[in-house]
Structures are given as structure tokens and as C-alpha cells.
Design a protein around this ligand. Structure first.
Ligand code: SF4
Ligand code: SF4
Ligand code: FES
Length: 258
């Protein structure tokens, strides 16, 4: 078993000062970053041999499904459970995601993403839980497209990479755009299609995307966020134009041409 140096950005509470602390941790073959953090939890002694507090982080599934263990590893937002130590350059540098409120050390509060999902009605409406017969048929090509987007685990990596998700904007971020596409492509979910388009046409919506395209590059599920955003841009513009033609009152943030 060899040793690896971990350099971790630490912060005791949301308002305390951040600081760096280094650890020398024994590493077993095929270990992931979570196993290194568990080792520090078992033996919280820093590289100077001084006892310290265990590092705090979040995780759940340990198989890149829940998104909870997302952090910045060697400068890239990704899941600690899927980051194999053998594949990382050393020392390994760990930082919390910077686009979410810090809880402690490597743990952040991703709630704002879930609040944004409420704004875009990221669900399929149903009338009740009783049996309503078979649902509408969906073409295999649409199923395939939807399946890929449904793998989004609200991990926040795309939010971290997007320069337009920052304290100066209300931009809800690329995560939501993928989910608008997902639920609008469902035959029953499409009942809310217009509301979803209006939500992303409003404050903090798609107009805040600067097309930097970083989001798609970091998405661990390879969701085609850039083409989804381009498609939704066309759909929101088309809807806005149609409303203007019909002389209907504009939706939130829908500027009438002219
Ligand atoms: S395309 Fe760029 S600006 Fe738009 S959501 Fe992705 S990273 Fe952000
Ligand atoms: S779109 Fe990709 S990067 Fe963004 S939250 Fe979903 S899984 Fe994570
Ligand atoms: S613990 Fe769930 S994605 Fe890593």
C-alpha cells in the first residue's frame, strides 16, 4: 500500500475563514477519493502529525447516481465516488463546489437547484394514484433521448462550470434546461410545456446563458446540454413571437418584439 498526499480546502462553517490542510493517506489499489476521506475520518491527523477535525463531505449512493459527493477535484467538478486515485495527478487537491452555499469543508447545500426544478415544474402531472390504463405510446427514438436526460442526478457540476451561474445573476443554470426538455418530451408531461417555456423565458432563464458550453463538457452523464439549450432558445422565441402575433399578454419576461 502506498501513500498519497491530499490537499483539502477546509472551512468550519459558512462564515468562518477557509484554510488549507494536507493529509498523507495510505491508498489501496483501485481506491476512490471517498475511501481516502474515510481514512481521514478514521484517523484525523494532518501531514504535520497534528490531530485535527475529520473532514466533512456528502455522499450517498457511492455509484455516481445521487450526485451528493460532487466536489472540485484537481480543478474539475466531478463525483468523488467515481474519481479513482490511480487516475488522478498528485497531490490530489479537493475543494467544495463554489456555486452553492457552503455547509462545511467539502459539503455544500444544493437546494437552489431543487428550488429551480420546482419553477420549471420538473414532473409529470397525474390525476391520482389509481390505475388509469396504459399510458400513451412513446417512439423508441424519443425514449432513448429522454433516457439520457433522465440520468441527470442534479449533481451541480454543470452549474459549477458555467460562468453565468454566479452571485450577480439569477440564472437557474443548465441543469434546469435539460429537465425542461425531458418533461416537455413526455406525452403527459407536455401538458405543462408552455408553463415551462414561460418559466425559462423569464428572469434567470435561458437568456442568461452566454453559450460558453462548459456545462456539457463536465456533465458526467454526457447530457447534450448545448444542443438542448439551443433547441429551447428556438422554442421560447417561437412561443414569444406567437403570443405577440395573437396579441396575448406577455408571459414573465417575454419581451414582445418591437
Ligand atoms: S452553454 Fe455555457 S453559459 Fe450556457 S449553460 Fe452551458 S456553460 Fe452556462
Ligand atoms: S446535467 Fe449533468 S452535470 Fe448537470 S446536474 Fe445533471 S448530471 Fe450533473
Ligand atoms: S455518492 Fe452518489 S454520486 Fe457519488
Amino acid at each position: 500500500m502506498s501513500d498519497v498526499i491530499l490537499k483539502i480546502k477546509r472551512q468550519e462553517s459558512p462564515n468562518s475563514r477557509p484554510y488549507w490542510e494536507e493529509f498523507k493517506v495510505p491508498v489501496a489499489p483501485k481506491a476512490n477519493v471517498i475511501s481516502l476521506l474515510l481514512e481521514i475520518q478514521r484517523n484525523p491527523v494532518n501531514v504535520q502529525g497534528k490531530p485535527t477535525t475529520p473532514v466533512i463531505w456528502d455522499c450517498n449512493c457511492l455509484e455516481e447516481v445521487c450526485g451528493a459527493c460532487s466536489m472540485v477535484i484537481n480543478g474539475v467538478a466531478r463525483q468523488a465516488c467515481a474519481a479513482l486515485v490511480d487516475t488522478l495527478s498528485k497531490p490530489i487537491v479537493l475543494q467544495p463546489l463554489s456555486k452553492f452555499p457552503l455547509v462545511r469543508d467539502l459539503m455544500v447545500d444544493r437546494q437552489k437547484m431543487f428550488e429551480n426544478l420546482k419553477k420549471i415544474k420538473a414532473w409529470v402531472p397525474i390525476d391520482g394514484t389509481y390505475y388509469m390504463g396504459p399510458g400513451p405510446k412513446v417512439a423508441p427514438s424519443v425514449q432513448d433521448e429522454r433516457y439520457l436526460i433522465s440520468c441527470c442526478m442534479t449533481c451541480g457540476c454543470c452549474m459549477e462550470a458555467c460562468p453565468y451561474v454566479n452571485p450577480k445573476t439569477n440564472y437557474m443554470g443548465p441543469t434546469c434546461m435539460g429537465q425542461v426538455k425531458l418533461f416537455n418530451a413526455h406525452p403527459t408531461g407536455a401538458m405543462y410545456k408552455d408553463e415551462r417555456l414561460d418559466a425559462i423565458a423569464g428572469d434567470g432563464g435561458i437568456a442568461d446563458c452566454g453559450n460558453a458550453q462548459n456545462c456539457e463538457r463536465v456533465c458526467p452523464k454526457e447530457i447534450p446540454l448545448v444542443s438542448i439549450i439551443a433547441e429551447l432558445n428556438r422554442e421560447t422565441a417561437f412561443r414569444g413571437f406567437n403570443r405577440w402575433l395573437k396579441g396575448k399578454p406577455k408571459g414573465p419576461g417575454l419581451a414582445a418584439p418591437g
